[in-house]
Design a protein around this ligand. Structure first.
Ligand SMILES: [Ca+2]
Length: 139
């Protein structure tokens, strides 16, 4: 089966109920910015965005979380609203999960599956991240 068809099919299935985001097929010399809707103004409640960035064979996407200010729990360090990044899809390895600038903020993989989630109340500034394609050193 053609890989591209497979990914587009998975993408469509996973995106049912999603408000925003998109699929980015990244050519070898491309880059871009992904940010929360309306950034740097506050985001809305009840938002789910999913982006999927795919690099060509032999390349990876290197993403830098430049700023992230999302709702946290009132007590403790947990996140109420969050950005989650996984290696390709919702069930693959977790690479990033955060609501402020506390964790390692550079993520690299061939496929980056990026989810922005906000609950029903309380907003904040949001997030902005920049990505670029790099040659995969393992190949
Ligand atoms: Ca919230």
């Amino acid at each position: 089966m053609d890989w591209k068809w497979t990914w587009l099919h998975i993408y469509r299935v996973l995106f049912i109920g999603v408000n925003c985001g998109g699929y980015i097929e990244a050519s070898s010399d491309s880059d871009g910015i992904i940010h929360s809707p309306r950034y740097p103004s506050n985001y809305d409640d009840n938002v789910v965005c999913i982006w999927l960035i795919e690099a060509q064979s032999g390349y990876s996407i290197s993403l830098s979380m430049d700023e992230i200010q999302l709702e946290k729990e009132g007590t403790g360090s947990g996140c109420v609203d969050f950005v989650e990044i996984r290696n390709g899809s919702s069930i693959q390895t977790l690479l990033y999960h955060d609501c402020d600038n506390t964790s390692n903020n550079t993520i690299q993989a061939r496929w980056l599956w990026i989810k922005f989630y906000t609950n029903y109340v309380t907003s904040n500034k949001g997030f902005t991240s920049s990505w670029r394609v790099v040659r995969d050193p393992c190949i």
